[in-house]
Ligand binder design. Structure first.
Ligand SMILES: NC(=O)c1ccc[n+]([C@@H]2O[C@H](COP(=O)([O-])OP(=O)(O)OC[C@H]3O[C@@H](n4cnc5c(N)ncnc54)[C@H](OP(=O)(O)O)[C@@H]3O)[C@@H](O)[C@H]2O)c1
Length: 359
């Protein structure tokens, strides 16, 4: 596989730091440019991150002395240095949209972790095991942007990464209704217990915009490609409640589901066990060998025990049982800054690379 030069836009943030760790020894991707806000411009990356470094593993030596670019002012220089960029920034939606389009128009593909472009019809929102066929719309997007190789591809919100993979292979039974309550870790807000001490011994029953994303984004992931656009699915009906809980990493979802044709419990377990997608077939470097792990123990999955399964790229499921109002209920867990953010972004980029989108 050829080597690709990569930029990280938002390298000083929580997700950006995850990218740094995941790409330290990546077999295909080499980080050659890091960028953040004008506040960080010109600083050594280690100094720009300072006390915001959020992981026990220290910042890798190879990145410490890299000089941070200004993501907006230096975009031409960055685009000329790299084959593509990862983007995870804390800016206003319209500013992110403009920034990502500007990179794409500089013929620099963007693998985005931001929500700004997620619902644009010709921007694929990819969970690599679920909807790799949506990459098709990139051709139409390039026409709209007037580019030859520049485009934007996004990954979905971290909350849906826990329950949509488990529902996806069950769609053949005609899922009609889904209720999902998510219990979301504080790293999802870019925070640790040090930076958000109010979350110790606490629960906050509101995460801005999260319920809307959790209900709408699955419909795009399950949508179909028509005339260069992704047309959203119209079923199932999904309702969610998203709560912030005092967990450092790992989003849990309690899921209830109703089918047109109710499958047997054993059938569901067999489908989860056998479920694999293109990342597994293509043997992509970050792909989990087993995408969905089912636990028979009543007290699993647990955030502390199971979030790092397969490098934090697998989805853990447990407690599948019949329900009196719906057909079944179960619990899912995924690591929100690995599978749900940077890891999911890296896997999407590996899929794009394997399919020649960066050549
Ligand atoms: N945390 C998660 O689990 C998660 C999951 C999925 C998606 N996301 C999304 O990923 C994005 C980043 O999240 P995060 O948790 O990493 O946030 P964060 O820790 O607050 O980091 C924000 C990053 O954005 C940069 N930034 C802020 N203003 C900027 C500007 N005007 N121009 C360029 N860069 C600017 C910051 O640079 P400075 O250091 O210079 O300020 C920093 O690198 C958000 O869109 C978030 O919704 C997060």
């Amino acid at each position: 596989m050829r080597q690709y030069k990569v930029g990280i836009i938002g390298a000083t943030g929580m997700v950006g730091q995850r990218f740094l760790l995941l790409l330290e020894n990546h077999p295909w991707f080499n980080v050659v440019a890091v960028a953040a806000s004008p506040r960080s411009k010109g600083k050594r990356l280690e100094d720009a991150i300072g006390a915001k470094w959020a992981f026990e593993t220290p910042i890798p030596e190879k990145y410490k002395d890299m000089i941070v670019f200004d993501a907006t002012a230096d975009k031409e220089e960055i685009a000329s240095m790299v084959d593509f960029v990862f983007c995870a920034v804390d800016m206003k939606k319209d500013e992110i949209k403009a920034l990502e389009e500007a990179y794409a128009k500089l013929e620099c593909p963007v693998c985005s972790n931001n929500s700004a472009n997620r619902l644009v019809e010709d921007v694929p929102m990819i969970v690599p095991e679920l909807n790799p066929e949506h990459l098709e719309v990139i051709e139409a997007q390039k026409k709209r942007l007037g580019t030859k190789r520049g485009f934007i591809a996004v990954k979905s919100n971290c909350s849906i990464q826990s329950y949509v993979p488990a529902l996806h292979p069950l769609r053949k039974f005609g899922i009609t209704d889904v209720l999902a309550c998510t219990y979301q870790a504080i790293s999802g807000a870019g925070k640790t217990f040090e930076t958000w001490p109010e979350m110790v011994d606490n629960l906050i029953p509101f995460i801005g915009g999260e319920e809307e994303k959790s209900e709408v984004e699955p419909m795009k992931v399950w949508g179909s490609v028509e005339d260069g656009k992704i047309v959203k699915a119209v079923t199932p009906l999904i309702t969610t409640q998203c709560l912030r809980v005092p967990v450092s990493d790992g989003h849990t979802a309690a899921v209830f589901v109703k089918f047109e044709n109710k499958p047997e419990r054993d059938e569901i377990l067999k489908i989860w066990e056998e479920f694999a997608g293109e990342p597994q077939t293509l043997n992509l470097p970050s792909a989990p060998k087993q995408f969905i792990h089912y636990f028979e123990e009543d007290n699993r999955p647990q955030a502390q025990l199971d979030r790092n399964l397969e490098g934090g790229m697998a989805v853990s499921v447990g407690r599948l049982r019949e329900d009196v109002m719906f057909d079944y209920k179960f619990v899912c867990l995924s690591h929100n800054t690995l599978r749900g953010a940077a890891g999911g972004g890296v896997l999407m980029a590996e899929l794009l690379a394997a399919k020649g989108y960066f050549d």
